[in-house]
Design a protein around this ligand. Structure first.
Ligand SMILES: NC(=O)c1ccc[n+]([C@@H]2O[C@H](COP(=O)([O-])OP(=O)(O)OC[C@H]3O[C@@H](n4cnc5c(N)ncnc54)[C@H](O)[C@@H]3O)[C@@H](O)[C@H]2O)c1
Length: 298
């Protein structure tokens, strides 16, 4: 790769150290040019990338799995953009999540956006890029359920779940991919579900949305791979969050009987897989769907 002259890092974030106080790899890379004092010649993109703070944007991160992913990625050293649907969500969860992230010594902020809105997603992506300088990881986590058997499911039940769970992933991938293409790299992690892979009675709408996410993930991986962008999905089974808390006891008992590990999963156990997919260790992993279900569907 030819050397790139720039006053900033490739994401435009890191302030340059003052002349003469550079150390480590910065020292080795820096060339003082009379016509561009303080500018830096980068010729080791990998080394550069591993040294600077990166940014992760997580949709629906004010509670549940999204909140846990935010905390985990903050502990990994990412700056965190916490997406909340409304101001009320910022106050009832988002602010606390951002504060928990900052406790790891990284920057974190809430961004209000209903991810069903195409333009609204574009505005949020622009705002995150302006605030943090880059978007290196996108986790499409926002999701809802409106369960019911097919014979009784309303059109509104079907459409609303498709809109929130599936259309939002298009909205976000469409806008963030532009940023990642310009950065020549990034990682997109979509939250699907075992219901999208194997179906689930009472979830025609939900399983359709989660199966659609798998299709988008595979297509995204093929389209964006050449630009250094990985696209993967995770498919959790039963994880202890507010989404599963409301399920009838009979449904929970039946589910437990099918889980090899004999228990539901914890949000941290999903966040750790997201952490791996967001990390350099997963640079050569793309177009995959990783099931996290304690051995439920196998
Ligand atoms: N909990 C599980 O067992 C389980 C299993 C498989 C998949 N999932 C998936 O994991 C994701 C997170 O689920 P969870 O269990 O944490 O649920 P949750 O209900 O606790 O959290 C969902 C989040 O999405 C947000 N959200 C919903 N609509 C939104 C919108 N229009 N714009 C922005 N944000 C919106 C909510 O505000 C909330 O923060 C979902 O996509 C869900 O389908 C969960």
């Amino acid at each position: 790769m030819p050397p790139v002259w720039s006053g900033l890092n490739s994401y435009g974030t890191a302030p340059l150290p003052p002349d003469g106080v550079c150390s480590g790899w910065f020292e080795r890379m820096k060339l003082n040019r009379p016509d561009a004092p303080g500018r830096v010649l980068y010729n080791q993109p990998d080394e550069r990338e591993s040294t600077l703070a990166k940014t992760a944007l997580i949709t629906g991160a004010s509670q549940g799995l999204g909140a846990e992913m935010a905390r985990r990625l903050a502990s990994d050293g990412f700056q965190i953009a916490v997406n909340c649907r409304s101001q009320a969500e910022v106050e009832n969860g988002g602010n606390a999540v951002a504060a928990a992230c900052r406790a790891y010594g990284v920057e974190a902020a809430c961004f209000i956006c209903d991810v069903t809105g195409f333009e609204a997603c574009g505005e949020m992506v622009k705002a995150v890029k302006e605030r943090f300088g880059s978007i290196d990881v996108l986790v499409n986590n926002a999701g809802i359920t409106r369960d019911g058997l097919l014979a009784r499911m309303s059109e509104e039940q079907f459409d609303s779940v498709i809109e929130v769970n599936l259309k939002s992933v298009f909205n976000m991938m469409r806008h963030v991919s532009g940023v990642m293409i310009r950065q020549r790299g990034g990682k997109i992690i979509n939250v699907s579900s075992v219901a999208g892979l194997y179906g689930n009675a009472g979830q025609m709408n939900y399983s359709a949305s989660k199966a659609g996410i798998v299709g988008m993930t595979l297509t995204g991986a093929k389209e964006l791979g050449g630009r250094g962008i990985t696209v993967n999905a995770i498919a959790p089974g039963f994880i202890e969050t507010k989404m599963t808390e409301v399920l009838p006891e009979k449904v929970k008992e039946a589910a437990l009987g099918n889980i090899a590990l004999g228990r539901f999963g914890k949000p941290e156990e999903v966040a750790s897989v997201v952490s791996f997919l967001a990390s350099k260790d997963a640079d050569y992993v793309s177009g995959q769907v990783i099931v996290i279900d304690g051995g439920m569907v196998m």
